[in-house]
Design a protein. Structure first.
Length: 458
């Protein structure tokens, strides 16, 4: 087993050296530099200047057959099904629009390769880090005026469009419609059997975890990747949001943030040392966690609210709560962000524009909001869904999110940071480093990646 784990770690290190090695680390993560085209004025489409008004450009001609290509990370069975249903809603209104949807797991590299090769899809589903990477080379269309014309902000939760595009104040490059809050799922059957109470503070959480371990259960279901959410959860429960924001936006690593990060990493390292994670975690694929957790061997599972769907399919009796914090009166902030947003390639032919916008607009309808809510996701739209048919699992996730502030996936602070943290997570679980070691190493990695990113921005 040790040999297998060492081989896995070597592979991870190799990947990281390609993705975020010395000197050229961010280059492998960036599209190949190309000559920049003149930027669009006033948020109008860059690809094809037209004498038509924007409203006319966005009017779908029902007599014109149009095919648009879409790439997303909606690759799981749950997400594929919802995408198929959403496209069907689009085709009820516009049967002349054909959508070729390509869902891929390694979508960041797939998108990068598409733009590098000149064969990019018409529409991509991107998070803010990937958006920043693509926008730098003028690969994305400024859809500010389109978003206003389509009134997407009018049906979205306040600030959600701005949150998705926060690295470009005042400009919209992508439009989100669902969010991905991380909650702590728990096995109700075991909870009741052990007579446990839902913890609200980290001290209470430690007491419960110890009782769970003593009773012979695995406290946490997790993988190398999802260990990030344990770290982020501890950070948001220990450090003021203002200090985390300064670090996330590459402005400043305050003393308060650095102290809190070290404490958070030492807390997770303590959980590793006490055997609170499943044995062999370094070989567990994060896509299999929704299968492992329902086996009934594990009590807690830090995952997205969208796990409600698979857990409901497994008929698992679960509850959910926000990640515990250092004190009851400390603000509750979830590891969260818009799931990603729909963006349009900058050089899209004018004859495809109306169809592309109609595709995105199909996600900003009451029917779509209900579809994705009932499918297990948290909608960013404001339509009344009080009568939506949700499972007990979905209701538990919705209730866990009530009153919580939207935070960040902290590995999105700079390109390459996710790879660096996954390698350190593996080393932590292999007990090659301590929490303090992790803190020093990630601080060094962050500063290097920050310098590279700011250099490219300038």
């Amino acid at each position: 087993m040790k040999k297998a784990l060492s081989l896995l770690l070597a592979l991870l290190v190799t990947v990281a050296l390609v993705a975020c090695g010395n000197g050229g680390s961010a280059v492998s993560q960036q599209p190949a530099p190309q000559e920049k085209s003149p930027p669009a004025q006033g948020g109008s489409p860059q690809a094809a200047p037209s004498e038509k008004t924007l409203a006319q450009q966005l009017t779908v001609d029902p007599n014109q057959e149009v095919t648009i290509t879409v790439m997303s990370m909606h690759h799981t069975e749950q997400r594929r099904s919802l995408m198929d249903q959403n496209i069907a809603l689009l085709n009820e209104k516009y049967p002349n629009i054909k959508v070729e949807h390509n869902p891929v797991e390694d979508y960041i590299n797939a998108i990068k390769m598409g733009f590098d090769s000149g064969d990019a899809p018409d529409i991509v589903y991107i998070d803010d880090t990937t958006q920043n990477m693509l926008e730098r080379y003028d690969y994305l269309m400024d859809i500010t005026d389109i978003a206003k014309e389509m009134k997407w902000a009018d049906v979205s939760k306040p600030g959600s469009l701005e949150y998705q595009n926060v690295r470009h104040p005042g400009v919209i490059y992508s439009a989100p419609y669902i969010s991905g809050p991380r909650v702590v799922w728990y096995n109700k059957e075991i909870f009741n059997k052990l007579n446990l109470n839902v913890p609200t503070t980290l001290d209470e959480f430690d007491d419960v975890l110890a009782k769970v371990k003593e009773a012979g259960y695995i406290p946490f279901e997790a993988s190398i990747r999802t260990t990030l959410w344990h770290i982020d959860g501890c950070l948001f429960g220990m450090v003021p949001f203002e200090d985390i924001s300064k670090w996330y936006y590459l402005e400043d690593s305050t003393d308060i943030y650095k102290t809190g990060r070290k404490e958070a990493l030492e807390k997770v390292a303590e959980w590793v040392e006490r055997g609170y994670f499943r044995e062999g975690i370094t070989s567990i694929d994060h896509n299999n966690l929704n299968v492992l957790f329902p086996r009934g061997e594990t009590v807690f599972y830090v995952s997205g609210a969208s796990a409600a769907g698979p857990l409901a399919s497994a008929n698992m009796d679960v509850g959910a709560f926000p990640f515990p914090k250092k004190s009851k009166d400390f603000p509750t902030t979830l590891v969260d962000a818009s799931d990603s947003g729909w963006a349009i390639r900058a050089d899209l032919p004018e004859e495809k524009l109306a169809a592309a916008v109609a595709f995105i607009d199909s996600f900003f309808t009451e029917q779509s909001a209900r579809l994705w809510t009932e499918g297990g996701f948290v909608s960013l739209l404001t339509f009344d869904q009080s009568d939506a048919k949700v499972t007990p699992q979905q209701l538990a996730a919705i209730q866990a999110c009530e009153g919580a502030q939207m935070g960040y996936f902290l590995d999105n602070a700079a390109p390459g940071l996710l790879d660096a943290m996954e390698i350190l997570n593996a080393r932590l679980h292999l007990k090659e480093i301590t929490g303090a070691d992790y803190d020093a190493l990630i601080d060094q990695q962050y500063e290097e990646l920050k310098a590279e990113e700011l250099s490219k921005r300038s």
